[in-house]
Ligand binder design. Structure first.
Ligand SMILES: [Zn+2]
Length: 145
């Protein structure tokens, strides 16, 4: 009885899309569009994620998996990837009509460069949407094909 129950609940759980699965799916999508996702300490100290537009390399700090923000971090970097595609290699804003939720404001307002602030505002806006994963995938498909 107990074994059956455990098996059933395991099957049930495995049907729910897990963040790890979304991380893998998004990583594959990024690689399909020529971005390289590296799970390593980014060259910039203290960053959770980093994208280098000229090399199309994305670093993901391994600590994000412990903090349970792996998918969220990759979604943020995927928006920057779409921005790189939109600018044909030079990063530019996508002109999205969504705003990040208030708690994210300090994260992009700390950038003094206004252009950088706009880029970050978009990344945080997508990252904090309830449908952030789907949105990131569709932005990549729209701008990186
Ligand atoms: Zn960013």
């Amino acid at each position: 009885m107990i074994e059956t129950f455990l098996l059933n609940s395991f099957l049930l759980l495995s049907q729910v899309p897990k963040p790890e699965q979304q991380f893998t799916d998004l990583r594959n999508k990024l690689q399909q569009f020529g971005f390289q996702v590296i799970i390593q300490l980014p060259p910039k100290r203290g960053a959770y994620g980093l994208l280098q537009p000229n090399t199309k390399k994305i670093w993901i700090n391994p600590v994000v998996f412990e903090l349970n923000i792996g998918t969220q971090t990759l979604i943020h970097e995927a928006v920057h990837a779409a921005q790189v595609c939109a600018g044909k290699g030079k990063i530019q804003t996508l002109g999205l009509n969504i705003q990040p939720i208030n708690y994210a404001r300090p994260f992009f307002m700390r950038y003094t460069d206004v252009h950088r602030q706009d880029l970050e505002r978009e990344a945080y806006a997508v990252q904090t949407q309830p449908n952030n994963f789907k949105l990131a995938i569709s932005l990549l498909q729209e701008h990186c094909k």
